[in-house]
Design a binder for this molecule. Sequence first.
Ligand SMILES: [Zn+2]
Ligand SMILES: [Zn+2]
Length: 169
Amino acid sequence: MLTTKDMENSYRRMRRLFFGYKVPRASKVKFEISKRLTAVAAYAYHWCSLIKFSYWYFEKYPDELDRTMAHEMIHFCVREKPIHGKGYAKEEKRINKLAVKKLGIENFCTRYSLGRARELRREYLYECPKCGCRRIKRTHSKLIKKLRCYNCWKTIGKADIYMAYKGEW
Ligand SMILES: [Zn+2]
Ligand SMILES: [Zn+2]
């Protein structure tokens, strides 16, 4: 499992290989692993020298550590809007050239990650209008008019069904 120590070591490697003094020393950077990052792989907060990695993304793609770190470090040295604009593209090109020379890897740094950090798992939350008891179902029942509360046996209607993503309510 990914640790903040792994992140720090990766930062040191990438700094040595590609960035040098363009980015702060590893000891001045904060590293965090977040379960709240479900869409993107990582996020760089250059104004407070913080890099967050998605717990989910690195569970899925553990080998993406260095590549993702290099991408986020570009955001430390290029501050522009849109964030993946001309300045970003120029840095990416510079790093990719060096990566071929130093690591023998083509397209080392890319703008896009391999996919969502976590798949969307759509689930439905049923709330009984009478007793308020809740139930979660993976599928949307077509026989919704006949769905009954386990607790008080009241019929649950469409208005009492909420869509939600697991873990977000
Ligand atoms: Zn980016
Ligand atoms: Zn009920």
